[in-house]
Write a protein that binds this ligand. Sequence first.
Ligand code: AN7
Length: 415
Amino acid sequence: MGIETRVYLRCPKCGETYPLDYYRWLCPKCGIPLEVVVEPSSKPTWDKWKLREKGVWRYRELLPPIKKPVSLSEGGTPLIRADRISRNLWIKFEGANPTGSFKDRGMTVGVSIAAEAGARLVGAASTGNTSASLSAYASRAGMKSIVVLPKGKVALGKLFQAVLHGARIIEINGSFDDALAALMEAARRGIVYPLNSYNPWRLEGQKTIAYEIAETIGVPDYVFVPVGNAGNISAIWKGFKELETHGLIDRLPRMVGVQAVGASPLATAWKEGREEPVWFENPETVATAIRIGRPVNWYKALRAVEESGGYLLSVGDRKILGAQMEIARKVGVGVEPASAASYAGYKISIDEGLLDSKDRVVLVATGHALKDPGIVELVGKKSLVAGNVDEAVKLMSELSRGETGGGESKGQGVF
Ligand code: AN7
């Protein structure tokens, strides 16, 4: 049946290519993660894609060919216009994925590849979301999973998911970067098939974020992405470039990467005009998902930002929490702190004149608010206590008149 899709690996730095190999992650010359190249056997077209069900596999011409994907119907997430903030602002709500984060897009491809590679035990180091996603997809595939987590630093919702789906959990006294070092050593010894950011296959699923944005509203002027290991921003940029290569779009967006101040190896390098990251040995931020000091995909990410004409910046924890609350209250979308970093970065960009209100901007909201319920006190929990039904009714009456201070307006009814 005609020509087959061609899949091989390429070093993003030196350009050297390598034949398809599920166990090769790094360029032997440059020591950085390789990227996957998919040369489709049939021409991808929007018309063809639009006839299919929404989700990652709708775009299968540009994905590694997999006969029977391990899938939970990931992708196809809402792109919500944030009218109450700006008519030119959209939020790509990745919290709507099966396990509540964009990681599912990568994991459907990654676990499918692990199955093709004959793996029975898959593993990942994680700040939380990767472990939640990996454990769910491993269960779906009938595989076992091991996750290595920085002890005491993973948000409760994510830890619960890993427990629920039956992952073997190792909590390491150290940072995410230590967890990753351990996992990759186990992978080198053949103990476990690694589905970490070193593994280029997951990024193939994540690039579909770009396809969905372009399909829904065309190409925006800017895409804001929270950056940890820097895989996602690289994947989204790869996605847009592929659409251009195949004649499906005729321009490209600028990519903006947002890090937390306490974990900003790339944003710091950008600010200081350096070509390599400034490693953070003790990263710290309320946005635990992006509490990463040595981002594995730094090279791809810096190139994505540079090539696209975008920039990197960092935002403080207070701004992240404020942004989280504002999206929740002005848009109705609940996101976890790391995801709110993109909105915090957007606000700073508007204030500093880096963006114009006419620019069309998409914020990638990477994970669901329910992932991290532990910060309820930080967000400022406000509730009133009623001893019985009558008291509760009385409190509501007072609230409606703005008398108890719980309502937004003072002295007026809420309605
Ligand atoms: C909500 O789960 O790295 O820059 O181990 O969970 O591609 O790393 C999570 C990352 C942004 C950063 N937002 O993405 C993990 C992990 C959320 C995240 C990121 C993560 P990358």
